[in-house]
Write a protein that binds this ligand. Structure first.
Ligand code: ATP
Length: 469
């Protein structure tokens, strides 16, 4: 939905207040700890950091990219691979500019912008607390004007109005413009869905809270087309499907809640919208939304393109414009929720190290399915060449099957801590017994249980453990 329409909801204002609270009372610093861990361990970096960064753009580092990719794979598995009624498309971020006229984004995708007359800072009017300038504290602003959030660019070398194009603010519109093509080429029968994962861009006025609100982000969306009249039933079904997907990734139920948009605050296209909110360290805020977009988009594109976007029902011999249910998920917001949910600190630590047993230990209890590194291979000590050689052999054996990490630096306790901190579910220790008996220790991150497994059975054993619920 357009932020302008979303503004009047209590969720939004609650979130904004919490933004400020975040600065005063950083909720036991969880957010700062996540940001710092993300940087330190290669999950997420500030984009263009060497130039001082660029606001609201983020780089996913080596582990962050793997994590994000695993989340997307799970999404594809759940909604495309396992179902028979949803097809995937992959389309450019720039669409024909008429798209945005038809969809209503050119007119409606706006936020109210004001400028402080004293310090000239620019803010979203609805983000101001007590109508006070967050920079200088003055209360004197210019009248608000509607600011369109779409990034503008030009196609080709001529920079005039007839060459303007926009970076898409949502992936959804391609699913409407490709409706006939996908339906006919795949002979799809209602109800069916068209899915896409891709980048979207919004020139947000107020950014912040790490990757929660970025100017470039990734969305995973489904446009699920249904017969008019069946839309309400499918809407309910999709709210459940969506929530279950998030819960199955390991998010705690008590950290999720639903927020239903009030009728008067609905987007121009929406008959009903429910957000699933997550309890981020800065407060409850929208993680994802499910909307009943009716037949608005298909009708609009039919009107603007002159091409009929309708469905011919072979059973009833009727032709009609399907309704559409849209579950829309921000991958980055989900990734942030997963990091927050998985982060645990264990006072004094649970793994002894040679240095201080009193240090707090961080364990990232990420679901095995999405953990970026699945197995770590550790020789018990590094100064025994035969152990190191054997550990490297084990590492090479596992590498074709799993994302693995080899680590020989520091005490074994330290190394366990390092891999717990990145959420690696399994660790293999190659010790003196390995040389004698050909088995290794397999340690489980969560139970801390250690079992001996024959080297030749390792791949199978780990695969089975990764499949276990
Ligand atoms: P908000 O009210 O927080 O601005 P929205 O209601 O405008 O969000 P939608 O238009 O419903 O968001 O977009 C669908 C999903 O895309 C959101 O639920 C969210 O997960 C994600 N999303 C939207 N804007 C951003 C952003 N600036 N950064 C990261 N993710 C975003």
């Amino acid at each position: 939905m357009s932020p302008a329409e979303r503004d009047s909801s209590p969720t939004k204002s609650r979130f904004l207040f919490l933004n400020k609270l975040d600065r005063i009372n950083p909720v036991e610093n969880l957010m700062q700890k996540i940001v710092s861990l993300a940087k330190r361990r290669g999950f997420i970096f500030q984009s263009s950091e060497i130039y001082g960064g660029i606001e609201a753009f983020w780089d996913y580092g080596p582990l962050g990219s793997l994590l994000k990719n695993n989340i997307k794979q799970e999404w594809l598995k759940t909604f495309v691979q396992k179902r028979e009624d949803i097809v995937l498309i992959d389309t450019p971020i720039i669409m024909h500019p008429k798209t945005w006229e038809a969809s209503g984004h050119l007119k409606n995708f706006t936020d109210p912008l004001v400028e402080c007359k004293n310090c000239h800072g620019r803010f979203r009017e609805d983000h101001l607390i007590k109508k006070e300038c967050p920079n200088c504290g003055k209360k004197d602003f210019t009248p608000s004007k509607q600011f369109n959030l779409m990034f503008k660019t030009f196609l080709g070398p001529v920079e005039d109005d007839s060459h303007i194009a926009y970076l898409r603010p949502e992936t959804a519109q391609s699913m409407f413009t490709d409706f006939n093509l996908a339906q006919e080429s795949m002979r799809l029968k209602l109800p069916f869905g068209i899915a896409q994962i891709g980048r979207s861009f919004r020139n947000e006025i107020t950014t912040g809270n790490f990757i929660f609100r970025s100017r470039e982000f990734e969305q995973a969306e489904i446009e699920y087309f249904v017969k008019p009249g069946e839309d309400e039933k499918f809407f309910e079904e999709w709210v459940d499907n969506w929530e279950n997907f998030i819960l199955n990734l390991g998010i705690k139920k008590e950290n999720l809640r639903r927020y239903e948009h009030k009728k008067e605050a609905l987007s121009h296209y929406s008959k009903r919208t429910i957000d699933i909110e997550y309890k981020y360290p800065f407060g409850w805020a929208e993680l994802t939304g499910i909307a009943n977009r009716t037949n608005y988009d298909l009708s609009q594109h039919s009107k603007f393109s002159g091409k009929e976007l309708v469905y011919f029902d072979e059973e009833t011999k009727e032709k009609y414009t399907p309704f559409v249910i849209e579950p829309s998920l921000g991958i980055d917001r989900l990734l942030l929720a997963l990091l927050c949910d998985a982060y645990q600190e264990i006072e004094g630590g649970r793994t002894e190290t040679t240095k201080s047993a009193k240090e707090t230990e961080i364990v990232l209890k990420l679901n095995k399915k999405i953990a970026p590194v699945k197995v770590a291979v550790l020789p018990l000590v590094k100064n025994k060449p035969e152990l190191v050689k054997k550990a490297k052999e084990v590492y090479q054996l596992l590498k074709p099957h799993f994302i693995c990490q080899y680590d020989e630096v520091g005490s074994i306790g330290r190394r366990y801590r390092r891999i717990d901190e990145i959420g690696c579910p399994f660790a293999i220790t190659v010790d003196f017994e390995t040389l004698e008996k050909g088995d290794v220790t397999l340690r489980n991150r969560d139970t801390m249980k250690q079992e001996r497994v024959k080297v030749e059975e390792l791949v199978k054993a780990i695969k089975e453990k990764l499949e276990e619920e």
